[in-house]
Design a binder for this molecule. Structure first.
Ligand SMILES: C[S@@+](CC[C@H](N)C(=O)[O-])C[C@H]1O[C@@H](n2cnc3c(N)ncnc32)[C@H](O)[C@@H]1O
Length: 215
C-alpha cells in the first residue's frame, strides 16, 4: 500500500481522471469495458462468477454488468483496500439493482481476500500491473490458474510510468495455459488492455501465498 503522498485520499482522487471524458484514462476505461463485454458475449450460459482485484471504484466492471444482457448472471467479489473507495463502492453497488456483488475491504495481494469467490469465470486485474514490480507481476500470473474456472478469462491492463514489459508478460501468459482472447494497445496513450482465456484444468485454492504489494 502506498504511504505519505499516496494516502487513502490519493486513490480516491485517482478515479477523478475518469470524469474527464477526453482523458487517456477514459480511453483506456472504455477499452477495458469493451473487452469485459466481449468476454460476457462469449461466456457459457448459466451463473457466472467474477473477481476484481484492486477494484477501485469499479467504474470498469459495474457499468458493464448493469448494461450487458448477461450482467445479472454474474456474482462478483470486489477486493479494494482504500476505505473511501470502499464507501463509494457500497453506494454504487446499492444503486445498481445487481444482486450477488460483494465487497471485501482488504488486501488484494492476500489470497484469503478471494476465499469463497474462486474459481471465477472472469478475473479482472485492471491497472494492477501498472503499480507492482515485475517479480510480483510474474508471481501473480503464475497463481492465476488457481483463480480461473477452465475456460475463464483474465482481463488485465497496464499503462503509464509503471507500464510493464508487455512482451514478457504476454509470453508468460501464452507459454502457459492461457490463450490470447484480446490484446489492444492504446493509440493515443501508452496502454495495453488484454484478455487471456484459461485452458488448463481446475486448480486448487492456493493457501498462504502473497501475490503482490503495491509499489
Ligand atoms: C490504479 S487503481 C485501479 C482501480 C481500478 N481497477 C481501475 O482500473 O479503475 C488501484 C486501486 O487499487 C487499490 N489498492 C492499492 N493497493 C491495494 C491492495 N493491496 N489491495 C487492494 N486494493 C489496493 C487502490 O486503492 C486503488 O483503488
Amino acid at each position: 500500500m502506498r504511504e505519505d503522498a499516496y494516502s487513502d485520499l490519493h486513490w480516491y482522487q485517482w478515479h477523478s481522471r475518469y470524469d474527464d471524458l477526453e482523458s487517456d484514462d477514459t480511453d483506456r476505461l472504455e477499452v477495458v469495458q469493451e473487452v469485459l463485454a466481449s468476454v460476457l458475449d462469449t461466456a457459457p450460459s448459466g451463473a457466472l462468477a467474477a473477481v476484481s482485484v484492486c477494484a477501485g471504484q469499479a467504474r470498469d466492471l459495474l457499468p458493464v454488468l448493469i448494461h450487458h444482457p448477461r450482467g445479472h448472471d454474474v456474482s462478483a467479489r470486489l477486493v479494494e483496500l482504500d476505505p473511501l473507495n470502499a464507501s463509494f463502492l457500497h453506494g454504487a453497488i446499492g444503486s445498481t439493482g445487481l444482486t450477488g456483488i460483494d465487497l471485501v475491504v482488504g488486501d488484494g495481494g492476500e489470497i484469503n481476500s478471494y476465499h469463497g469467490a474462486l474459481p471465477a469465470d472472469l478475473v479482472l486485474l485492471a491497472g494492477v500491473f501498472a503499480h507492482i514490480d515485475m517479480l510480483d507481476v510474474h508471481r501473480t500470473i503464475a497463481s492465476l490458474p488457481a483463480f480461473c474456472r477452465p475456460g475463464g478469462v483474465v482481463v488485465w491492463s497496464s499503462y503509464g510510468p509503471g507500464m510493464i514489459n508487455a512482451d514478457a508478460v504476454l509470453a508468460q501468459f501464452e507459454s502457459g495455459a492461457f490463450q490470447r482472447h484480446r490484446v489492444i494497445h492504446g493509440t493515443r496513450a501508452d496502454f495495453l488492455v488484454a484478455a487471456h482465456r484459461y485452458t488448463g484444468p481446475r486448480g486448487e485454492f492456493p493457501s498462504g501465498q502473497r501475490l503482490f504489494s503495491f509499489k
